[in-house]
Design a protein around this ligand. Structure first.
Ligand SMILES: Nc1ncnc2c1ncn2[C@@H]1O[C@H](COP(=O)(O)OP(=O)(O)OP(=O)(O)O)[C@@H](O)[C@H]1O
Ligand SMILES: [Mg+2]
Length: 585
């Protein structure tokens, strides 16, 4: 459910960001440099188109064949067209793509026509000049008209008419009636025949030039008509107009998207602000909850620590409970013979008291002086008999022995009580310097009733005292000794206790030759409440508490066991626990 929610939130965030990116992209500035380049290329084409018109007019109006020829603008036009086509592909402009093909065709056609026109016009000009210069040369051959020669005058007149007709044809073209020019040429030819052979040749050269003039002029006129009908100019204007319209529309759309972006960003900002406020509130509530939980947890930890201490204490008390039966039994034996001894002492005391009374009576009779000797003898005999009996029965020696026994018995009891006292010291927080050999001895003393038929071997080494809580460490030893004793068979049970200095601490090994622990059980033995003992016999807390105690002392507890052969527990404790304060806690 939570994952679905997270997925949904991620999706919404993604959509919002995508929308933002889309709007941002839509508002990206138009590449004005590109647009300017396109506009400049269109202007160049328009200028070339205009210049072509001027070139044509110039060609038509100027007669000087030596004038500077108008440059060929075709290459520039082609370059501009190629630039436009590349720009169209880059910008994807619809306005350009629509008419660019047609425009290119019209421009290139015009370029071709203009160049042809220029060449035809040049041809016509050269032919006109040839007619004029030919006419001048023929006139010179015919001679000056002013000397009364009518034929010469006629020739000069015909030549003037011819030049005028040629010029008229050059300027007006077909409208100038070509027949006029040909008639004038025919007249000149005829007159020249009569002058000389040179004049005749000159006339035929003039004829050739006229012929050329007529041809060039006809083609030129045709080209001019074609050029005039070309549509490159209007096309260019139309394209420039649509291009500008397109640019304007694009800018308008961008502007619109800019407004959308602004509105969207504002909405997003408000949303984010709202989320921020909610997040802050949630954060504050979270912090409050964390503080609350921390408080609850510390409270729980305190309870746990208390319960743990109580558990250790109650386990100790439970071990103690088990001990009590044994201890009672232990005390019972010395108590019994102290009681017997005292009973016997009491019996013997009756005999002694009777003997003493007889002695006192005998003494009284002797002190009185005038006593009946029979009575004295009787008393003496009785007292002697009693004393002899006491002597014979070695009552005093016996009493001495009984008192000794009684004292031994009470000593035994005092020792047991002392061990019990040592063990059950409730001042568990008391951390002090303690020799583990003493701890083992005291624990063994308490477990004595379980170890009656067990061979206990002490291999105590020279070990330094360690800083620890002795009552807790004793509890660990008693647990381990009890477990060892409980694992032993009915006969040949052996427990070996070894102590040695080891690795900056003290190691205590408690080894038994009992039934051992199966491998599948071994990993669980330190778990709280794990027991293989019958219900009511074991709580399963002994080892888990021992583990905890050793851990708190900064030590380690290890076990090695072989089923059927025995078990060895090794407790290692440092000379001084790192966290002494924890022990005192
Ligand atoms: N020396 C040992 N030999 C064989 N088994 C052992 C020995 N020490 C412990 N165990 C196994 O580990 C189990 C857990 O021991 P632990 O001292 O924690 O509990 P317990 O002895 O069963 O009960 P409790 O100690 O409360 O009387 C025991 O039930 C026993 O199966
Ligand atoms: Mg146990």
């Amino acid at each position: 459910m939570n994952t679905l929610r997270h997925l949904l939130i991620a999706l919404v965030a993604l959509v919002l960001v995508a929308a933002l990116a889309f709007l941002y992209d839509k508002t990206q500035a138009v590449d004005l440099r590109e647009r300017n380049d396109i506009a400049a290329l269109l202007d160049t084409l328009r200028e070339i188109d205009g210049r072509w018109d001027i070139d044509i007019l110039r060609e038509r109006t100027e007669l000087d064949p030596n004038q500077l020829a108008a440059p060929n603008r075709t290459a520039t036009a082609r370059k501009a067209l190629a630039g436009l086509s590349a720009a169209q592909q880059r910008s994807g402009s619809a306005a350009l793509s629509e008419g660019l093909g047609e425009l290119g065709k019209a421009i290139l056609e015009k370029a071709d026509l203009v160049e042809k026109f220029k060449s035809e016009s040049a041809g016509a000009k050269t032919a006109l000049h040839a007619v004029i210069s030919g006419a001048a040369a023929l006139g010179a051959q015919a001679g000056e008209p002013g000397k009364g020669n009518a034929r010469q005058k006629e020739v000069q007149q015909a030549l003037s008419q011819l030049v005028a007709a040629a010029q008229q044809h050059y300027w007006l073209g077909k409208a100038a009636a070509p027949l006029g020019l040909e008639t004038a040429a025919g007249e000149v030819r005829e007159l020249a025949t009569g002058i000389s052979k040179g004049a005749r040749d000159q006339a035929s050269a003039i004829d050739g030039a006229i012929h050329l003039l007529l041809r060039h002029k006809a083609v030129e006129q045709e080209l001019f008509t074609k050029v005039s009908s070309l549509s490159s100019g209007p096309r260019l204007d139309k394209m420039t107009f649509s291009f500008n319209r397109e640019l304007e529309a694009t800018l308008q759309v961008k502007e619109l998207f800019r407004v959308y972006l602004l509105a969207y960003a504002a909405a997003l900002l408000i949303g984010v602000g709202y989320l921020g406020v909610r997040l802050k509130a949630a954060n504050e509530s979270l912090e409050r909850r964390v503080v609350e939980r921390t408080r609850e947890l510390s409270e729980a930890l305190r309870h746990l620590k208390e319960s743990e201490a109580q558990l250790i204490q109650s386990e100790k008390m439970s071990s103690l409970g088990q001990m009590v039966a044994g201890v009672a039994h232990e005390i019972n034996t010395p108590l019994a013979y102290v009681k017997n001894s005292l009973g016997t002492v009491s019996e013997r005391l009756t005999q002694i008291t009777a003997a003493i009374e007889h002695c006192e009576k005998l003494l009284e009779l002797l002190r009185a002086g005038n006593v009946d000797s029979d009575a004295l003898n009787r008393q003496f005999a009785q007292t002697s008999a009693l004393l002899a009996q006491l002597k014979q029965q070695r009552v005093l020696t016996e009493l001495g022995n009984l008192v000794k026994d009684g004292l031994y018995g009470t000593g035994e009891m005092a020792e047991i009580v002392g061990n019990l006292k040592d063990f059950s010291r409730l001042d568990r927080s008391k951390v002090t310097s303690f020799n583990l050999n003493d701890g083992l001895t005291s624990s063994l003393g308490l477990a004595r009733h379980m170890l009656k038929s067990v061979k206990v071997t002490r291999q105590f080494g020279e070990i330094p005292p360690i800083t620890c809580a002795p009552s807790q460490i004793n509890q660990v030893f008693l647990n381990l000794i009890t477990n060892a004793a409980q694992a032993l068979g009915p006969t040949d049970g052996e427990i070996t206790l070894t102590t040695l200095s080891d690795n900056g601490g003290v190691a205590v090994e408690i080894t038994d030759n009992g039934k051992g622990i199966p491998p599948e059980v071994l990993p669980k033995i330190f778990d709280p409440f794990f027991t293989t003992k019958e219900i009511g016999k074991g709580t399963g807390l002994g080892l888990s508490i021992s583990f905890k105690i050793v851990e708190q002392h900064g030590g380690r507890i290890k076990v090695a066991s072989e089923p059927g052969k025995g078990t060895r527990f090794t407790v290692w404790l440092p000379l001084k626990p790192a966290a002494e304060a924890e022990l005192a806690a």
